[in-house]
Design a protein around this ligand. Structure first.
Ligand SMILES: [Zn+2]
Length: 319
Protein backbone atom coordinates (compact mmCIF):
# COMPACT_ATOMS: atom_id res chain seq x y z
CA UNK A 1 0.00 0.00 0.00
CA UNK A 2 3.02 2.31 0.37
CA UNK A 3 3.51 2.47 -3.40
CA UNK A 4 -0.18 3.23 -3.83
CA UNK A 5 0.24 6.16 -1.43
CA UNK A 6 3.29 7.47 -3.33
CA UNK A 7 1.32 7.23 -6.56
CA UNK A 8 -1.64 9.08 -5.06
CA UNK A 9 0.71 11.82 -3.80
CA UNK A 10 1.98 12.29 -7.37
CA UNK A 11 -1.58 12.55 -8.66
CA UNK A 12 -2.53 15.00 -5.92
CA UNK A 13 0.49 17.14 -6.83
CA UNK A 14 -0.64 17.05 -10.49
CA UNK A 15 2.68 15.50 -11.44
CA UNK A 16 2.73 13.65 -14.75
CA UNK A 17 2.66 9.88 -14.25
CA UNK A 18 3.88 7.72 -17.12
CA UNK A 19 2.37 4.26 -17.54
CA UNK A 20 3.65 1.41 -19.67
CA UNK A 21 2.57 0.74 -23.23
CA UNK A 22 0.87 -2.25 -24.83
CA UNK A 23 1.40 -5.77 -23.60
CA UNK A 24 -0.89 -7.84 -25.86
CA UNK A 25 0.23 -6.39 -29.19
CA UNK A 26 3.81 -6.38 -27.90
CA UNK A 27 3.56 -10.14 -27.27
CA UNK A 28 2.39 -10.47 -30.89
CA UNK A 29 5.09 -8.14 -32.22
CA UNK A 30 7.68 -10.31 -30.51
CA UNK A 31 6.46 -13.35 -32.37
CA UNK A 32 3.83 -15.12 -30.27
CA UNK A 33 0.50 -15.64 -32.00
CA UNK A 34 -2.49 -14.25 -30.10
CA UNK A 35 -6.13 -14.34 -31.08
CA UNK A 36 -8.42 -11.35 -30.46
CA UNK A 37 -11.46 -13.64 -30.75
CA UNK A 38 -10.26 -15.91 -27.94
CA UNK A 39 -8.34 -14.95 -24.84
CA UNK A 40 -6.00 -12.47 -26.57
CA UNK A 41 -2.57 -12.61 -24.87
CA UNK A 42 -3.64 -14.56 -21.75
CA UNK A 43 -2.02 -17.81 -22.80
CA UNK A 44 1.37 -16.14 -23.22
CA UNK A 45 1.63 -15.89 -19.42
CA UNK A 46 2.05 -19.65 -19.23
CA UNK A 47 3.47 -20.48 -22.67
CA UNK A 48 5.97 -17.60 -22.95
CA UNK A 49 6.63 -16.31 -19.43
CA UNK A 50 10.14 -15.10 -20.24
CA UNK A 51 8.81 -12.96 -23.07
CA UNK A 52 6.08 -11.41 -20.90
CA UNK A 53 8.62 -10.70 -18.14
CA UNK A 54 10.98 -9.13 -20.71
CA UNK A 55 8.19 -6.82 -21.92
CA UNK A 56 7.60 -5.60 -18.35
CA UNK A 57 11.36 -5.12 -17.90
CA UNK A 58 11.64 -3.13 -21.11
CA UNK A 59 8.86 -0.77 -20.02
CA UNK A 60 10.54 -0.26 -16.64
CA UNK A 61 13.86 0.44 -18.38
CA UNK A 62 12.05 2.88 -20.67
CA UNK A 63 10.96 4.80 -17.58
CA UNK A 64 7.37 3.67 -16.97
CA UNK A 65 6.26 4.29 -13.40
CA UNK A 66 3.42 1.79 -13.69
CA UNK A 67 3.55 -1.61 -15.33
CA UNK A 68 0.39 -3.58 -15.98
CA UNK A 69 0.27 -7.30 -15.32
CA UNK A 70 -0.90 -9.20 -18.40
CA UNK A 71 -4.35 -9.85 -16.91
CA UNK A 72 -6.50 -7.90 -19.38
CA UNK A 73 -8.02 -11.14 -20.65
CA UNK A 74 -7.58 -13.55 -17.76
CA UNK A 75 -10.95 -13.50 -16.02
CA UNK A 76 -12.64 -16.91 -15.93
CA UNK A 77 -15.28 -15.87 -18.49
CA UNK A 78 -12.64 -14.74 -20.99
CA UNK A 79 -10.34 -17.70 -20.40
CA UNK A 80 -13.37 -19.94 -21.03
CA UNK A 81 -13.45 -18.71 -24.65
CA UNK A 82 -10.08 -20.43 -25.03
CA UNK A 83 -10.78 -23.54 -22.95
CA UNK A 84 -8.55 -22.24 -20.14
CA UNK A 85 -11.06 -21.51 -17.39
CA UNK A 86 -9.68 -24.28 -15.16
CA UNK A 87 -6.39 -22.36 -15.08
CA UNK A 88 -7.92 -19.07 -13.96
CA UNK A 89 -6.07 -18.93 -10.65
CA UNK A 90 -2.79 -20.19 -12.08
CA UNK A 91 -2.76 -17.76 -15.01
CA UNK A 92 -3.69 -14.70 -12.93
CA UNK A 93 -1.13 -15.52 -10.24
CA UNK A 94 1.53 -16.17 -12.86
CA UNK A 95 0.78 -12.88 -14.64
CA UNK A 96 1.29 -10.87 -11.47
CA UNK A 97 4.36 -12.90 -10.50
CA UNK A 98 5.99 -12.07 -13.86
CA UNK A 99 5.44 -8.34 -13.30
CA UNK A 100 6.77 -8.58 -9.74
CA UNK A 101 9.84 -10.52 -10.93
CA UNK A 102 10.53 -7.94 -13.64
CA UNK A 103 10.31 -5.14 -11.07
CA UNK A 104 12.62 -7.00 -8.69
CA UNK A 105 15.15 -7.74 -11.45
CA UNK A 106 15.20 -4.00 -12.25
CA UNK A 107 15.58 -3.14 -8.54
CA UNK A 108 12.53 -0.96 -8.89
CA UNK A 109 10.51 -2.28 -5.93
CA UNK A 110 10.37 1.16 -4.34
CA UNK A 111 9.42 3.09 -7.43
CA UNK A 112 7.37 1.07 -9.93
CA UNK A 113 3.69 0.38 -9.28
CA UNK A 114 2.18 -2.88 -10.48
CA UNK A 115 -1.36 -2.60 -11.78
CA UNK A 116 -3.70 -5.54 -12.23
CA UNK A 117 -5.89 -5.12 -15.28
CA UNK A 118 -9.53 -6.20 -15.55
CA UNK A 119 -11.38 -5.55 -18.78
CA UNK A 120 -14.93 -5.32 -20.04
CA UNK A 121 -17.04 -8.44 -19.58
CA UNK A 122 -17.89 -10.87 -22.36
CA UNK A 123 -18.88 -10.27 -25.06
CA UNK A 124 -16.00 -7.78 -24.94
CA UNK A 125 -16.18 -6.37 -28.41
CA UNK A 126 -19.88 -5.65 -28.50
CA UNK A 127 -21.13 -2.68 -26.47
CA UNK A 128 -24.72 -3.30 -27.63
CA UNK A 129 -25.03 -6.62 -25.79
CA UNK A 130 -25.47 -6.15 -22.05
CA UNK A 131 -24.24 -8.95 -19.80
CA UNK A 132 -26.01 -9.84 -16.56
CA UNK A 133 -24.77 -7.72 -13.67
CA UNK A 134 -24.56 -10.67 -11.25
CA UNK A 135 -22.57 -12.80 -13.70
CA UNK A 136 -20.11 -10.00 -14.30
CA UNK A 137 -19.81 -9.29 -10.57
CA UNK A 138 -19.03 -12.92 -9.78
CA UNK A 139 -16.37 -13.05 -12.50
CA UNK A 140 -14.68 -9.81 -11.40
CA UNK A 141 -14.81 -10.81 -7.73
CA UNK A 142 -12.86 -13.97 -8.45
CA UNK A 143 -10.25 -12.23 -10.58
CA UNK A 144 -9.71 -9.20 -8.38
CA UNK A 145 -9.28 -11.34 -5.26
CA UNK A 146 -6.52 -13.30 -7.00
CA UNK A 147 -4.86 -10.11 -8.25
CA UNK A 148 -4.96 -8.47 -4.83
CA UNK A 149 -3.70 -11.63 -3.14
CA UNK A 150 -0.86 -11.89 -5.65
CA UNK A 151 0.33 -8.40 -4.72
CA UNK A 152 -0.79 -5.78 -7.22
CA UNK A 153 -0.74 -2.18 -5.98
CA UNK A 154 -3.55 -0.84 -8.13
CA UNK A 155 -6.51 -2.14 -10.14
CA UNK A 156 -7.03 -0.66 -13.57
CA UNK A 157 -10.29 -1.29 -15.37
CA UNK A 158 -9.77 -1.28 -19.13
CA UNK A 159 -11.77 -1.01 -22.34
CA UNK A 160 -15.12 -0.51 -20.64
CA UNK A 161 -17.90 0.39 -23.06
CA UNK A 162 -21.02 -0.36 -20.95
CA UNK A 163 -22.07 0.81 -17.51
CA UNK A 164 -23.49 -2.56 -16.39
CA UNK A 165 -20.15 -4.37 -16.28
CA UNK A 166 -18.32 -1.21 -15.24
CA UNK A 167 -20.53 -1.01 -12.13
CA UNK A 168 -19.86 -4.69 -11.40
CA UNK A 169 -16.09 -4.29 -11.80
CA UNK A 170 -16.01 -1.20 -9.58
CA UNK A 171 -18.06 -2.96 -6.89
CA UNK A 172 -15.80 -6.04 -6.95
CA UNK A 173 -12.57 -4.02 -6.95
CA UNK A 174 -13.80 -1.77 -4.14
CA UNK A 175 -14.07 -4.85 -1.91
CA UNK A 176 -10.25 -5.24 -2.10
CA UNK A 177 -9.57 -1.73 -0.77
CA UNK A 178 -7.04 -1.17 -3.56
CA UNK A 179 -7.17 2.09 -5.55
CA UNK A 180 -9.04 1.79 -8.86
CA UNK A 181 -8.44 3.61 -12.13
CA UNK A 182 -11.24 3.41 -14.68
CA UNK A 183 -10.40 3.13 -18.40
CA UNK A 184 -13.04 3.92 -21.01
CA UNK A 185 -12.96 3.18 -24.74
CA UNK A 186 -14.59 5.91 -26.77
CA UNK A 187 -15.55 6.62 -30.35
CA UNK A 188 -17.17 9.48 -32.19
CA UNK A 189 -20.46 8.81 -33.94
CA UNK A 190 -22.40 11.64 -35.59
CA UNK A 191 -20.39 14.25 -33.71
CA UNK A 192 -21.17 12.72 -30.35
CA UNK A 193 -18.67 10.76 -28.26
CA UNK A 194 -19.93 7.42 -26.93
CA UNK A 195 -18.30 4.59 -25.08
CA UNK A 196 -17.68 2.27 -28.00
CA UNK A 197 -15.46 -0.09 -29.92
CA UNK A 198 -14.92 -1.09 -33.53
CA UNK A 199 -17.65 1.14 -34.86
CA UNK A 200 -20.28 0.05 -32.33
CA UNK A 201 -21.73 1.66 -29.25
CA UNK A 202 -24.63 1.04 -26.89
CA UNK A 203 -25.72 4.67 -26.60
CA UNK A 204 -23.89 5.30 -23.32
CA UNK A 205 -21.68 8.32 -22.81
CA UNK A 206 -18.71 9.36 -20.71
CA UNK A 207 -21.09 11.06 -18.27
CA UNK A 208 -22.93 7.74 -17.82
CA UNK A 209 -19.65 5.98 -17.11
CA UNK A 210 -18.52 8.51 -14.51
CA UNK A 211 -21.87 8.19 -12.72
CA UNK A 212 -21.65 4.37 -12.82
CA UNK A 213 -18.15 4.30 -11.36
CA UNK A 214 -19.04 6.00 -8.09
CA UNK A 215 -16.78 4.55 -5.39
CA UNK A 216 -14.39 6.12 -2.89
CA UNK A 217 -11.71 3.78 -4.28
CA UNK A 218 -11.93 5.19 -7.80
CA UNK A 219 -8.97 7.58 -8.00
CA UNK A 220 -8.68 8.39 -11.72
CA UNK A 221 -10.40 8.08 -15.08
CA UNK A 222 -8.55 7.36 -18.31
CA UNK A 223 -9.53 7.41 -21.95
CA UNK A 224 -7.77 4.36 -23.33
CA UNK A 225 -7.87 1.87 -26.19
CA UNK A 226 -9.47 4.60 -28.28
CA UNK A 227 -8.37 6.22 -31.52
CA UNK A 228 -5.78 8.93 -30.75
CA UNK A 229 -7.83 11.36 -32.85
CA UNK A 230 -10.81 11.02 -30.48
CA UNK A 231 -8.89 10.89 -27.24
CA UNK A 232 -8.34 14.63 -26.75
CA UNK A 233 -12.02 15.47 -27.22
CA UNK A 234 -13.00 12.61 -24.92
CA UNK A 235 -10.61 13.96 -22.27
CA UNK A 236 -12.21 17.41 -22.49
CA UNK A 237 -15.60 15.81 -21.97
CA UNK A 238 -14.31 13.65 -19.13
CA UNK A 239 -12.89 16.69 -17.37
CA UNK A 240 -16.33 18.27 -17.38
CA UNK A 241 -17.80 15.34 -15.44
CA UNK A 242 -15.13 14.50 -12.86
CA UNK A 243 -12.75 16.37 -10.60
CA UNK A 244 -10.54 13.27 -10.27
CA UNK A 245 -7.21 13.07 -12.13
CA UNK A 246 -7.60 12.10 -15.78
CA UNK A 247 -5.31 10.28 -18.17
CA UNK A 248 -4.94 8.81 -21.61
CA UNK A 249 -3.41 5.83 -23.32
CA UNK A 250 -4.64 5.49 -26.86
CA UNK A 251 -3.88 3.09 -29.64
CA UNK A 252 -0.53 3.64 -31.22
CA UNK A 253 -2.20 4.40 -34.50
CA UNK A 254 -5.40 5.11 -36.28
CA UNK A 255 -7.82 2.24 -36.44
CA UNK A 256 -10.26 4.12 -38.62
CA UNK A 257 -9.67 1.44 -41.24
CA UNK A 258 -10.69 -1.17 -38.71
CA UNK A 259 -14.09 0.30 -37.98
CA UNK A 260 -16.80 -2.27 -38.53
CA UNK A 261 -14.36 -5.11 -38.88
CA UNK A 262 -13.11 -7.59 -36.34
CA UNK A 263 -9.46 -6.81 -35.67
CA UNK A 264 -7.09 -9.26 -37.25
CA UNK A 265 -3.67 -9.74 -35.84
CA UNK A 266 -2.04 -8.83 -39.15
CA UNK A 267 -4.03 -5.60 -39.09
CA UNK A 268 -2.91 -4.98 -35.55
CA UNK A 269 0.61 -5.41 -36.86
CA UNK A 270 -0.17 -2.85 -39.53
CA UNK A 271 -1.47 -0.19 -37.25
CA UNK A 272 1.52 -0.65 -35.02
CA UNK A 273 3.61 1.30 -37.47
CA UNK A 274 1.03 3.99 -38.18
CA UNK A 275 2.10 6.16 -35.30
CA UNK A 276 5.78 6.36 -34.53
CA UNK A 277 6.98 7.45 -31.09
CA UNK A 278 7.41 11.09 -32.16
CA UNK A 279 3.90 11.29 -33.58
CA UNK A 280 2.55 9.62 -30.46
CA UNK A 281 4.36 12.22 -28.37
CA UNK A 282 2.57 14.95 -30.33
CA UNK A 283 -0.76 13.39 -29.37
CA UNK A 284 0.39 13.06 -25.77
CA UNK A 285 1.26 16.76 -25.63
CA UNK A 286 -2.29 17.53 -26.69
CA UNK A 287 -3.68 15.21 -24.00
CA UNK A 288 -1.52 16.91 -21.38
CA UNK A 289 -2.89 20.25 -22.58
CA UNK A 290 -6.37 18.81 -21.98
CA UNK A 291 -5.43 18.17 -18.36
CA UNK A 292 -4.22 14.57 -18.53
CA UNK A 293 -1.67 13.84 -15.82
CA UNK A 294 -1.51 10.10 -16.53
CA UNK A 295 -0.18 9.06 -19.93
CA UNK A 296 0.83 5.68 -21.31
CA UNK A 297 0.20 3.60 -24.39
CA UNK A 298 -2.30 0.99 -25.53
CA UNK A 299 -2.39 -1.40 -28.50
CA UNK A 300 0.48 -0.88 -30.87
CA UNK A 301 2.68 1.16 -28.57
CA UNK A 302 6.10 -0.17 -27.58
CA UNK A 303 8.81 0.63 -25.04
CA UNK A 304 10.12 3.16 -27.58
CA UNK A 305 6.85 5.09 -27.39
CA UNK A 306 7.11 5.20 -23.60
CA UNK A 307 10.77 6.22 -23.74
CA UNK A 308 9.82 9.11 -26.03
CA UNK A 309 7.29 10.30 -23.42
CA UNK A 310 9.76 9.94 -20.55
CA UNK A 311 12.55 11.74 -22.40
CA UNK A 312 10.28 14.64 -23.36
CA UNK A 313 9.37 17.72 -21.40
CA UNK A 314 5.82 16.36 -21.14
CA UNK A 315 6.92 15.12 -17.71
CA UNK A 316 6.93 18.77 -16.62
CA UNK A 317 3.56 19.56 -18.12
CA UNK A 318 0.92 20.71 -15.73
CA UNK A 319 -2.67 20.12 -16.64
ZN1 LIG B 1 -5.61 -1.26 -26.69
Amino acid sequence: MILARVLQDKLDAKRMVIMDGATGTEVARRGVTIDPKLSWSAKANITSPDLVRDIHRDYILAGAEIITANTFSTSRATLATDGLSEQTEEINKQSVALAIEARKNCEAEKTVVIAGSMSSFEPKGNPEINPLYEEALEDYREQVEILAGAGVDLIILEMFVRTVDLRAAVEAATETNLPIWVGLSCERHNDQIYMGLLGRHGGETIADAVAAAASPNVKAFCIMHSPPEVTADALRELKAYTSLPIGAYAHGGSIEAEIGKAPKISKVGQFLSDTDPEKYLDYAREWAACGATIIGGCCGTTPEHIRALVDSNIIDTRG
